[in-house]
Design a protein around this ligand. Structure first.
Ligand SMILES: [Ca+2]
Ligand SMILES: [Ca+2]
Ligand SMILES: [Ca+2]
Length: 220
């Protein structure tokens, strides 16, 4: 008895994360071959105001896609959004993406989740192809990808605490204070507390750092 019963469960255990998560890691690793134009962690922080400005301008497009104005994009609204932006994702892929980015698991994709989702779409699209249909936004997404590449020293698609320390030590004169700060920053990013920071976690932390997640929605 018992030999064949557990087959389905066994299979599940063999899959590392979702298919989608591993695609993000693979796309990041391909991009990492090109290296980063960033030279320091401070260099990334100095870009925050510009990143914030650019991301806030796409709140208008988000609101247009939010057809029933309830502050979130449900799957149907997201599908229409992809159609309008001419992003070629299958319905299944849109569902997976939506699930992966609906981090607080509520009713749909909020504005900060939309930013993360679009940046992941940008990363996953083949290079040289028009991606999210908004050139200024694409430049910002490239900056975010570039920043992650800078942090991921061993190019495995994840940022470890050691890599975060390394990145922050490169610019700081006082090693101890930067080590403490690196720990704080790392813990802010490692949302699921598994000891590594994925690109998705990095993006969510960034929307918090620049205050994008604090945008209020006018709702009844
Ligand atoms: Ca909606
Ligand atoms: Ca790494
Ligand atoms: Ca993590």
């Amino acid at each position: 008895m018992g030999g064949a019963i557990a087959k389905g469960n066994l299979l599940k255990h063999c899959v590392p994360g979702s298919k989608f998560e591993s695609e993000i890691v693979e796309a990041m690793q391909r991009r990492e071959v090109e290296g980063s134009s960033m030279r320091s962690f401070n260099g990334i922080i100095l870009k925050f105001p510009k990143i914030e400005q650019s991301l806030r301008t796409c709140k208008t497009t988000f609101d247009q896609f939010d057809e029933d104005s309830n502050g979130v994009l449900d799957t149907e609204e997201l599908k229409n959004c992809f159609k309008k932006l001419e992003i070629n994702f299958t319905d299944d892929e849109i569902n997976d993406l939506s699930k992966a980015c609906d981090i607080n698991k509520n009713r749909g994709i909020e504005f900060n989740e939309y930013i993360v989702l679009m940046c992941i779409v940008y990363l996953l699209q083949e290079q040289g192809k028009p991606t999210v249909g908004l050139p200024q936004l694409e430049a910002t997404f490239e900056t975010l990808v570039d920043a992650f590449v800078f942090l991921d020293k061993n190019r495995d698609g994840y940022v470890s605490k050691k890599e975060m320390m390394e990145a922050m030590n490169e610019t700081s004169e006082t090693e101890q204070s930067s080590e403490c700060l690196a720990t704080i920053r790392f813990e802010e990013m490692d949302w699921d507390k598994d000891g590594t920071v994925s690109f998705k976690e990095f993006l969510f932390a960034l929307t918090r750092w620049i205050g994008i997640d604090e945008l209020e929605y006018e709702q009844d």
